[in-house]
Write a protein that binds this ligand. Structure first.
Ligand code: AMP
Length: 281
């Protein structure tokens, strides 16, 4: 079984052993309820690093007051078994008071890119993510950290934070792992009813349609009109946003011919909000 580390000093003592002999520490931050998507990050890290550490921490400061913090799925026993199966060395599993003791008040401001896309309806979310990830990097002393491109805005913002704050960590992006029918794996898929689960396939279908037919489109608005039409054809789907942006920094685009583009979707099925994205050209 991976070693369970619950405090900052225990974790530092563990990782120092690797640092002393110049070994590379690979780190995968998660909120638990692990699935194949989470494990794919660790498998890549296992191949590229000498030590593999996961963290499991449902980070309260990245949830809004009306979000699913209390009902977020938790399964430590199952998670540890999965992490053992891929050769994880240790799991940092702190409780909230370790991460945010009374009086805690330091937060990272990620700037305007934190206020678009998911940031529009989740104010403070990316500040919460950047803050916890920075703390986790400082605690683990990792050399490389692995993030899923499924959370494309998170991945883009964290690369920017690490670069701008001169943090000595390489951010490695990993492609989205999908179910057989194309639905991106997510801990939140467990909230979906049977009908919602069927309907949710429309996200991947829409992304793939745009990718496969990209050369037929002339403008951004033509693409987004088609996207809205495809998603709306699914009665249970309620679009929060569908946007086409520059894949390197999520900036707005004028022409669809010049840049590498990412199509990003957030869609609600009942009370469950799912996100997905794809590079389309
Ligand atoms: P979470 O526990 O949801 O915060 O996710 C932890 C990490 O796993 C993040 O870097 C996610 O982007 C990544 N992840 C989640 N789902 C997937 C997936 N289907 N494929 C690849 N990575 C994923």
């Amino acid at each position: 079984m991976p070693k369970i580390l619950r405090t900052v000093s225990e974790t530092r003592d563990f990782t120092n052993l690797y640092d002393l002999v110049n070994r590379r520490i690979g780190f995968v931050p998660t909120m638990g309820a692990l699935h194949e998507g989470h494990l794919s990050l660790g498998r890549k890290a296992r191949n590229e690093c000498d030590c593999l550490i996961y963290s499991i921490f449902v980070n309260p400061i990245q949830f809004g007051p009306k979000e699913d913090l209390a009902r977020y799925p938790r399964d430590l026993k199952g998670d540890l078994e999965k992490l053992e199966s891929i050769g994880t060395d240790a799991v940092f599993f702190p409780d909230e008071t370790i991460m945010y003791p009374e009086g805690y008040s330091t937060y990272i401001d990620v700037g305007p890119v934190g206020n678009v896309l998911c940031g529009k309806t989740r104010p403070g979310h990316f500040s919460g993510v950047a803050t916890v990830v920075t703390k986790l990097f400082n605690i683990t002393g990792c050399d490389q950290a692995y993030f899923g491109k499924k959370d494309y805005q998170q991945y883009t913002i964290l690369k920017k934070v690490v670069n701008e704050l001169n943090m000595p960590v390489d951010i490695i992006g990993v492609d989205t792992v999908r179910e057989k029918d194309g639905l991106a794996m997510s801990s939140r898929n467990s909230y979906l009813s049977k009908d919602e689960r069927k309907a949710a396939v429309v996200l991947n279908k829409t992304l793939k349609f745009v990718k496969d037919n990209f050369i037929r489109f002339k403008t951004k608005s033509e693409i987004l009109t088609k996207v809205t039409e495809l998603i709306s054809s699914e009665k249970l789907a309620d679009i929060e946003y569908a946007e086409l942006r520059n894949a390197s920094d999520l900036s707005d685009i004028r022409s669809i011919k010049k840049n590498k583009l990412v199509l990003l979707l957030a869609v609600r099925f009942g009370t469950t909000r799912l996100i997905d994205n794809m590079i389309v050209n």
